[in-house]
Design a protein around this ligand. Structure first.
Ligand code: GTP
Ligand code: MG
Length: 356
């Protein structure tokens, strides 16, 4: 496996940028944080801009193993030719890491949007056009069944051919391309590696933080892959993005109040429903759980603004209680957990939480 003897780029991957309250012992499960922006008034990118919530869960997650992994990534990054960045198709923006450019330096880059089965074709096409307009080619994969994986492998090998052409020009022997799988926790990095190797060589499971250390895996003669723990910013300043990460199980459950996140999800579904590409079937929650979502109506009286009228918002708290009394003996925490699990398992259908 790679020895680090012949690399051209020494990249820096410092885990702390000065502003982040990182735990120096890197041991605690979550990191206390400065006050963050409220969800109130947060807008769903590109959608109707409806206010989502006034009950703002504060979501922060930066476990010790990620801080440690980022430090050892710094050393490994020097041995890597290609960064395969993996994002979650349900939230391609929230799973974009702000430090990626800094880590990549002159390395080649492949953008994988994984979990393509978890959004509908309209959402996939909308995002595909959005990325291509910005000069990026997304590789759409479903690591669960292997869709798109062969094409990804070929793209990585093509990157290796370019690398070896440069090496030959310098009188060096050809070698396998070295690629790092980089992305947020639980986006499917390890599952992709298992698919590429066609056997289970690394652990992959349905929760954030499964991969704890870096590990090289050889794929045929042409490609060496480095599986890495999921990374994420030390501080989640954008709480709307943090909510989406929580909904997709891309951050650990210790980081948030499950009931609050479930309530925010009920409200978010109502915001998404009018956008067909999001994939929220009309009356979804009522049809699945047998409980309609009540609507709260409030008059807006503002003589100076054209926005006077009526504000209708879903009464998420009422819905959760009613659904709990029907399905979980009145236990709203368990009901909230069930709702989130059902979404994460795809039982609510393919639902995109972000649209361009
Ligand atoms: N439906 C679906 N499930 C997927 C897909 N890719 C991965 N999964 C599942 O998602 C879960 C998480 O996958 P992992 O490969 O462990 O994710 P990871 O990015 O390595 O996660 P960390 O190691 O925690 O950073 C597993 O249960 C996978 O089977 C996909 O494309 N579609
Ligand atoms: Mg993993």
């Amino acid at each position: 496996m790679p020895s680090g003897s012949d690399h051209d780029n020494a990249s820096s991957l410092s885990p702390v940028d000065g502003s982040a309250p990182v735990d120096s012992e890197a041991e605690r499960e979550t990191v206390a944080c400065a006050p963050v922006k409220s969800l109130a008034g947060a807008r769903l990118s590109g959608l109707s801009g409806v206010a989502l919530s006034t009950a703002a869960p504060t979501i922060q997650w930066y476990p010790g193993h990620i801080a440690k992994a980022e430090r050892s990534l710094a050393a490994h990054l020097e041995k890597v030719d290609l960064v395969i960045e993996v994002r979650d198709a349900r939230i391609p923006l929230a799973t974009s890491h702000p430090r990626l450019q800094r880590w990549m330096r002159n390395k080649q880059h492949l953008l994988v949007i994984n979990r393509r089965d978890m959004v509908n074709e309209a959402a996939r096409l909308a995002w595909d056009g959005w990325f291509r307009l910005r000069g990026q080619t997304p590789w759409w994969c479903d690591a669960k069944v292997g869709t798109g994986v062969k094409q990804l492998q070929q793209a990585a090998i093509r990157a290796g051919e370019a690398l070896n052409a440069r090496r030959a020009g310098r009188g060096m022997k050809p070698r396998a391309v070295r690629a790092l799988m980089l992305g947020f926790p639980n986006v499917g990095k390890s599952a992709l590696i298992n698919r590429l190797v066609r056997q289970k060589v690394v652990d992959s499971a349905r929760r954030a933080g499964v991969t704890r250390s870096l590990r090289w895996v050889r794929v045929g003669q042409d490609l060496d892959l480095l599986d890495a723990p999921g990374v994420l910013p030390p501080r989640l300043d954008d709480q709307m993005a943090a909510l989406r990460l929580a909904l997709c199980d891309d951050i650990g459950q210790a980081a948030y109040d499950v009931e609050q996140v479930a309530l925010a999800f009920v409200r978010l579904l109502a915001v998404l429903e009018p956008a067909a590409a999001a994939g929220v079937a009309p009356g979804l929650l009522e049809r699945r759980y047998g409980v309609a979502v009540p609507v709260l109506r409030a008059a807006i009286v503002d003589a100076t603004s054209p926005n006077s009228g009526e504000l209708a918002t879903p009464d998420a708290a009422h819905w959760l209680l009613a659904a709990a009394s029907r399905h979980t003996s009145g236990d709203s925490l368990r009901m909230g957990q069930r709702l989130l699990d059902d979404y994460r398992r795809g039982l609510l259908g393919p639902i995109a939480l972000e649209l361009p």
